[in-house]
Design a protein around this ligand. Structure first.
Ligand code: TXA
Ligand code: MG
Length: 324
């Protein structure tokens, strides 16, 4: 067990973070989507430490974080015109591009594949870390494998205490869902994982419609695994049932409710309301799942949202959280 320190990002903590990364160690840091667990991207041994700390299956590649297009050229050997258009529109921000990898990226980072997933985060602490280090950082979400992604430093601590020496605490993440992943190797964008950037926004920036993943195109491998699951059982619950009070099971011990709509009927033993639109729900969802778990809830009813726009990404995560 190593000692885990939680520090605000400032000059000193960022310099220490960069030193840890240079020495092959791990640092958790905030991004505008979720917290990441970073390692130097050109260091195979450091990447293997990321898999070990997370308990992550070795067939699930990491996302490489860069500070802009120049650093991208060090990790990809072919940046397509489509990728340039999407970068111009959305970087820095919650968009990850899948491209052909360069020889510099070790196999351990990309799980032996020929492609690399790259993103340029907009969070000031993530940008500062990349700038101070001067090199790309491989970073999956900073949760133990299978659990909801962390949107606060406390979530990271809960999952990775004793497994990472330093967590940079930049407060709650603004986005709350992981980045949108787009395969940008071809002429048309292929969305491999949905996020807060919608298909419509991507098509508009690309100037061509989004293509469906072909049977040969690799899905984001991580989307095949069970994911986003708190320790409680999750039951998807339509808004109409929440509003009409049609949830008889709610009064039972060990049950809880995460909802957006005003609630009617039986008072649940535990409940958390995340009011607002789908984007607000996206921001609060993982934290709500973790709060229910911490409260000892065993059966958690979670209100669903319409399956469009950001709601599509929310429903993707909720379906996975509910499947077992
Ligand atoms: O917002 C985010 O993307 C966060 C922050 C920390 O940047 N990171 C994140 O990483 O969500 P992770 O490891 O939890 O999810 C990465 C996803 C996985 O589903 C993985 O399979 C997919 O990206 N992926 C990574 N490399 C890929 C590649 N070369 N081709 C297709 N999918 C890839
Ligand atoms: Mg993850």
């Amino acid at each position: 067990m190593i000692r885990t320190r939680v520090r605000r990002p400032d000059r000193n903590s960022l310099a220490d973070a960069a030193a840890i990364l240079r020495a092959g160690g791990l640092v958790a840091f905030p991004t505008e989507t979720v917290y990441g667990l970073g390692a130097r991207a050109f260091d195979a041994a450091a990447a293997r430490r990321v898999y070990a700390a997370k308990g992550r299956p070795s067939d699930n590649p990491l996302i490489v974080h860069v500070d802009g297009p120049e650093m991208l050229d060090r990790v990809s050997r072919r940046v397509t015109p489509l990728a340039r258009r999407l970068m111009d529109a959305f970087w820095p921000g919650p968009l990850t591009l899948v491209l052909e990898k360069s020889a510099a990226v070790p196999a351990a980072v990309v799980a032996g594949g020929r492609t690399v997933a790259v993103r340029c985060p907009s969070h000031p602490a993530a940008r500062a870390l990349l700038r101070v280090l001067g090199e790309p950082v491989a970073a999956p979400s900073a949760n133990r494998s299978g659990r909801p992604s962390p949107t606060t430093a406390a979530h990271v601590l809960r999952d990775l205490k004793g497994r990472v020496p330093l967590i940079l605490d930049g407060g709650p993440c603004a986005g709350g869902l992981e980045s949108t992943i787009v395969d940008a190797r071809g002429r048309r964008p292929v969305v491999l994982r949905r996020g807060t950037l919608t298909d419509e926004a991507i098509a508009r920036a690309a100037g061509v419609p989004v293509a469906e993943p072909g049977r040969r195109a690799p899905a984001a491998p991580g989307t095949r695994h069970r994911h986003y699951a708190p320790s409680c059982r999750v039951i998807l619950t339509p808004a109409a049932l929440v509003r009409r009070g049609g949830l008889a099971g709610l009064a039972a011990p060990g049950t809880g409710l995460v909802h957006r709509s005003p609630r009617a009927g039986a008072k649940p033993r535990w409940s958390l309301r995340v009011p607002g639109g789908a984007a607000a729900y996206a921001r609060g969802l993982f934290a709500a799942l973790r709060a229910a778990e911490a409260a000892g809830v065993e059966t958690l009813y979670v209100e669903t949202v319409p399956d469009r726009g950001v709601g599509r990404a929310v429903m993707d995560r909720l379906r996975r959280a509910a499947s077992r």
